[in-house]
Design a protein around this ligand. Structure first.
Ligand code: TMP
Length: 218
């Protein structure tokens, strides 16, 4: 049995990741690949309970380090119970966010520093990394407008200042620059179809055996 591939979607709020993750899952299924879509924090019963703790309440409910520990508690449950077993069965897994979010949000935007986040990551994840990451890059002001139009309840993170979201954007771009072999950045201000085309291009570039099988113009 060939193990599945682990693909993560990253970026700030309102970048359209969730919609695009669903579209990629459909494209992969269309190519005959069993695909599982999941999200972080969350994905398992325990991790979803942690999600509620971490996303609800006022911005100062948790310190940056407590937030980081909660994210990694959720992540370990998610990886052990859902992601790794699926990959071992040959299923491809798409996660709406993963560890790059901890580096960007807690490491940079919450100012814990990249070293502490990396040290915890190495201790907990033991070398487990995504095979491919799609980073959605967008101007936070445009993204905020999208979040407002969606009319959903704001999470503790949505409510942060534009300065916080600018720091976040730059952090993600730095992380992408340091991991060019794994992270592919897309301009998330483009149209829905335009973004999808870029994602399908990235996936078929990484996995040439899929070229021509994913639909779209990839
Ligand atoms: P979302 O699923 O709507 O993107 O919400 C998840 C929120 O949690 C988002 O604001 C980013 C934040 N987050 C972190 O701060 N650190 C993490 O490690 C993860 C996975 C998410």
């Amino acid at each position: 049995m060939t193990p599945g591939k682990f693909i993560t979607f990253e970026g700030g709020e309102g970048a359209g990741k969730t919609t695009q993750a669903k579209m990629l899952a459909e494209a992969l299924e269309g190519a005959g690949i069993e695909t599982l879509m999941t999200r972080e924090p969350g994905g398992t019963f325990g991790a979803e309970a942690i999600r509620d703790l971490v996303l609800e309440g006022t911005s100062d409910r948790w310190s940056g380090m407590t937030e980081l520990l909660l994210m990694y508690a959720a992540r370990l449950d998610h990886v052990e119970k859902l992601i790794k077993p699926a990959l071992e069965r040959g299923v491809w897994v798409i996660s709406d966010r993963f560890s790059d979010s901890s580096m960007a949000y807690q490491g940079y935007a919450r100012e814990l520093g990249p070293e502490k986040v990396q040290a915890l990551h190495d201790a907990v994840m033991d070398g487990f990394e995504p095979d491919l990451t799609i980073l959605f890059d967008i101007d936070p002001i445009l993204a905020q407008k999208r979040v407002e139009t969606r009319g959903e309840n704001l999470s503790r993170f949505d409510a942060e200042s534009i300065a916080f979201h600018n720091t976040l954007r730059n952090a993600f771009l730095e992380i992408a620059k340091a991991n060019t072999d794994r992270i592919f950045t897309v301009d998330a201000a483009a149209s829905r179809d335009g973004v999808q085309t870029r994602i399908l291009f990235a996936v078929s570039q990484k996995y040439p055996e899929l070229a021509g099988k994913l639909g779209g113009s990839a």
